[in-house]
Design a protein around this ligand. Structure first.
Ligand SMILES: Nc1nc2c(c(=O)[nH]1)N[C@H]1C(S)=C(S)[C@@H](COP(=O)(O)O)O[C@H]1N2
Ligand SMILES: [Mo]
Length: 382
């Protein structure tokens, strides 16, 4: 990679800020090695592709390596005619252009976007749906306007409890539309209508010209190609609210259905960690470095630990200094190899609310929020 390219990338991430001291510069230009730059397609229709774990090594996931999840082939909005309609429980319904949105105070957040189905393919017994493994997530810097400011401009009424959200994509015939809603409290707190991703205009695949950002909550809330928001007293109805994206209040028996009244909407991410980089082979007595990320629906990660004895004892990894509320936290760990043979290392994370990553993901009928311990094998040679 040449200097000029590196520098351009840095400027993109820094949002055009003037040059920072060299330490910050060094941290911001992290790139993903060429041989690791690839995507894993997990579905023919629509576009569903995950990022291989070994390409998720940087604090900021590059836009072109960021996982993609569409319910069907999108109908991209006409950029010239695009408007965001704000209606429902407001004093003054609005139709905002992108330029109108950009006149509101600028909001920025670096946080994780993860599909609620990430890890579905790891549940046993298997569950139907896109068989995501590890990479339906990424950490990006999002820039836009606060939902709070947009709703204030329209004059939000007191009776509003849920924000209904709509995108421009249309399902094939007879398939229910992807209409969603979420608690108004959450979006008033930290929701953003974003038009930039990592310093670049939001890519079409990720919802151009603008999408919803819901820090700490699963991707199904992050409406892409946003065209309309509507505060309402009640939740939105329809398949994608009443049937999909629901999680048992109390976990049942693996493989068994859960009655609808026992299900609640999926909201916060579960605490988890993954390994993105390690040496698969190391000499006895030598050091192997393992690296990865950890994230949670709590605003921060307080600890990442590794075990080489099936979880009997744990040792703390070093946490990267970079973090923001609901961003992921990179970690690294130096493991000293014991006797020759196969060693298995497991990783677990603890979040800022004391939530500890469990050994197994809790089985649920739709396969949401898998967060069991990941294990990697290292061959120790003589
Ligand atoms: N309009 C629209 N928004 C959408 C979706 C969709 O199919 N249509 N998929 C949702 C789901 S389930 C996820 S996980 C994220 C994926 O965002 P990405 O493709 O930018 O990674 O977008 C969400 N927003
Ligand atoms: Mo998703």
């Amino acid at each position: 990679m040449t200097f000029s390219l590196t520098r351009r990338r840095f400027l993109a991430i820094a949002g055009g800020a003037t040059l920072l001291p060299s330490a910050a510069f060094g941290a911001a230009v992290e790139t993903v090695a060429k041989e690791r730059r690839r995507m894993l397609q997990v579905n023919g229709y629509a576009i569903d592709a995950e990022t291989p774990l070994d390409a998720l090594t940087t604090f900021i996931t590059p836009n072109d390596l960021f996982f993609v999840r569409h319910h069907w082939n999108p109908m991209y909005p006409d950029m010239k005619r695009w408007r965001l309609a704000v209606e429902g429980e407001v004093e003054k319904p609005l139709e905002l252009t992108l330029a109108d949105l950009k006149r509101l105070p600028r909001a920025e957040a670096t946080c994780v976007l993860q599909c609620s189905g990430n890890g579905r393919g790891l549940f046993r017994p298997t569950v139907p749906g896109v068989q995501w493994r590890y990479g339906a997530l990424g950490n990006a810097r999002w820039t836009g306007a606060r939902v709070r400011d947009v709703l204030a401009k329209a004059g939000l009424r007191a009776g509003a409890r849920h924000l209904h959200t709509f995108g421009s994509d249309k399902p094939p015939e007879k398939v229910p539309p992807f209409h969603r809603s979420l608690e108004i409290e959450k979006v008033l707190q930290d929701g953003i209508i974003a038009w930039e991703m990592n310093g670049a205009p939001l890519p079409a695949l990720h919802g151009a010209p603008a999408r919803l950002i819901v820090p700490g909550w699963t991707g199904n809330h992050w409406m892409k190609w946003l065209t309309r928001i509507s505060p309402q007293p009640e939740e939105q109805k329809g398949f994608y609210m009443e049937t999909a994206y629901r999680y048992p209040e109390k976990p049942g028996e693996p493989g068994q259905p859960v009655p609808p009244e026992g299900m609640r909407p999926v909201t916060e991410l579960f605490v988890k960690s993954n390994v993105t980089d390690y040496s698969a082979q190391v000499r006895a007595g030598a050091e192997a470095v393992l690296k990865g990320f950890a994230l949670s629906g709590a605003p921060d990660i307080s600890r990442v630990e590794l075990s080489d004895d099936d979880g009997a004892t744990w040792k703390e990894a070093a946490l990267d200094p970079r973090h923001e509320p609901y961003s992921w936290r990179l970690w690294s760990y130096r493991w000293t190899a014991g006797a020759p043979g196969k060693a298995t290392l497991r990783v677990r994370a603890t979040d800022s609310r004391g939530g500890v990553q469990p050994p197994e993901g809790v089985w649920n009928p739709s396969g949401y929020l898998y967060n069991g311990w990941q294990a990697v094998d290292i061959q120790v040679t003589a």
